[in-house]
Structures are given as structure tokens and as C-alpha cells.
Design a protein. Structure first.
Length: 280
């Protein structure tokens, strides 16, 4: 019996000890969780306090901003009243302007008609101006071309004048030699004068007499390009009046010169006509 009681006592003691140990562990666990909860509560309280402080500051700022906005609103209301007064004045002015616009619309229609008519006239003027401009350009080109031709002809004329001067000087020298040897000017030439098989006509461009006024030398505006040759004979006339005979002794491409035998008392002048060939 004692043994059984001892066994039971031991069993109960072991169980109690085991339960006590379990309770201790549970207490320690609960105590740790409680401490952790307190720490979290303190942290949360600090965060709440900080949030409250921030909220308080924001509230103060919002309060100040509200006061500022109220002041601005009052100012805006005053300005709105001024704007309404100005709007009333502008509406009256707008009514007056509408009446003016009606009047101006009619005037604008008249002005538009005038502008359209003037635009059409301006278009016609532009067309005329373009035509005149084109004609002016063509005229300028023609003038430039003519000026170039005139310059070429002037150079050629100066060259012919120099040739004529040399020819006259040469003829004067020959005439002087003939006089020294008592040879008459009417002595027959070594090469007889002749007329071409075709008609050649031209104009006297220059006239010069010898120093003793016995001989007359002329330059004409026809030359080798026209079929003129040395010793060719031409009749010199002024309109229907026969003046004399020209015998060519110097020929260039576009000009010739020679000595005139006068048959009348008329002097040869620049512009007198020459003619040779079958039609003469």
C-alpha cells in the first residue's frame, strides 16, 4: 500500500513539476510578448504624438492660409463690383459701337466694291506693265546689239578713213610725180578701166581733193564682198544729174576708193550715188 502511495505520489509530483515548468515557460513567453507589446505601444504613441504635432502645424498653416484667402476673396469681391460697373459702361459703349458697325458695314460694302474695281484696274495695269517691261527688255537688248554694231562700224569707219588718208597721200605723191615728169592726168592707164557683168550700186562716204585742187579722190561703201575689183569704173550721180566717173584703184572687203574724173563743174559730195554694170 505504501509502495502504491509512493508511486502515486511520485507520479503526481512528476506531473506537478512538469506542469510548473510548462507554466513557467508560458509565463516567460507571455511576459516577453507583453514587453514587446509595450515597446510597440510606446513606438506607436511616439508616432501618434509626432503626427499630432505635424497636424497641429498644418492646422496653423491652414488657418493662416484661410485668413489670407478670405482677405483675397474680399478683395476679389470688391474688384468684381468694379468689373460689374465697368461691364455696364462697356455694354453701353458696345451698343453705341454696334450702331457704328452697322454704319461702317454699309460703308465697307461700298469700299469693297471700289476695291474690287480698283483691283481689276490694277490687274490690267500690271498686265500692261509686264508687256511694257518685256518690250523694254527687248528694246534694251536690241539697243545693246545695235550699240555693239555701231561700235564695230565706227572702228571699221576709222580704219577706212585711215586707209583713205593714206590713199589720198599716195595719190597726191603720184600726182606730184606726174607733174614733175610733165605727164598729164588724162594719160591712159596701163590697165584699162572696165565695168562688171552685173549691176553694182553704192554711196560716196568720203571726199578729198589733192593739195593743188586738181584731183578728187573718194571712198565708197562697196568692196570685194560686193564684187568690186581694181580698175572697175563707176558712174557718179546725184539724183538724175551725172557728175563724173570713178575708177577704183584700192579695194577692201567692204569699201573701195579711187580717183574721180569730173565731167561737170559740180563737186562730189558725201552721199552722192555710184552705179556700174548692165543697168547703167
Amino acid at each position: 500500500m505504501v509502495a502504491i502511495c509512493s508511486v502515486i505520489l511520485v507520479s503526481v509530483t512528476v506531473t506537478f513539476v512538469a506542469n510548473v515548468e510548462n507554466w513557467r515557460q508560458s509565463y516567460q513567453q507571455v511576459d516577453g510578448e507583453l514587453k514587446l507589446a509595450k515597446a510597440r505601444a510606446q513606438t506607436a504613441q511616439a508616432e501618434v504624438q509626432a503626427h499630432l504635432n505635424q497636424t497641429s502645424e498644418q492646422f496653423v498653416l491652414l488657418k493662416n492660409e484661410t485668413a489670407k484667402l478670405r482677405s483675397e476673396l474680399e478683395q476679389a469681391l470688391r474688384q468684381n463690383a468694379e468689373y460689374e460697373s465697368t461691364l455696364t459702361s462697356m455694354e453701353a459703349e458696345n451698343s453705341r459701337l454696334n450702331a457704328s458697325v452697322t454704319h461702317l458695314t454699309a460703308a465697307s460694302k461700298t469700299l469693297s466694291d471700289i476695291s474690287d474695281r480698283q483691283g481689276s484696274e490694277l490687274g490690267n495695269i500690271r498686265d500692261s506693265f509686264d508687256i511694257a517691261k518685256t518690250n523694254l527688255i527687248q528694246t534694251a537688248d536690241l539697243y545693246s546689239e545695235s550699240a555693239t554694231r555701231v561700235e564695230i562700224l565706227e572702228r571699221d569707219l576709222r580704219h577706212k578713213q585711215e586707209q583713205l588718208a593714206a590713199l589720198v597721200q599716195e595719190n597726191e605723191q603720184l600726182a606730184s610725180v606726174l607733174q614733175k615728169h610733165n605727164i598729164t592726168a588724162d594719160a591712159p592707164s596701163e590697165v584699162p578701166a572696165f565695168e562688171p557683168d552685173f549691176a553694182i550700186s553704192g554711196t560716196v562716204t568720203q571726199v578729198r581733193q589733192s593739195d593743188d585742187k586738181q584731183d578728187t579722190f573718194v571712198q565708197i561703201d562697196v568692196g570685194q564682198n560686193d564684187g568690186v575689183e581694181e580698175n572697175m569704173k563707176f558712174m557718179v550721180h546725184r539724183d538724175a544729174q551725172f557728175l563724173g566717173t570713178l575708177q577704183v584703184n584700192l579695194v577692201d572687203a567692204r569699201a573701195s576708193s579711187g580717183r574721180i574724173t569730173l565731167d561737170t563743174g559740180e563737186q562730189i559730195l558725201a552721199g552722192d550715188q555710184i552705179l556700174s554694170g548692165p543697168e547703167r
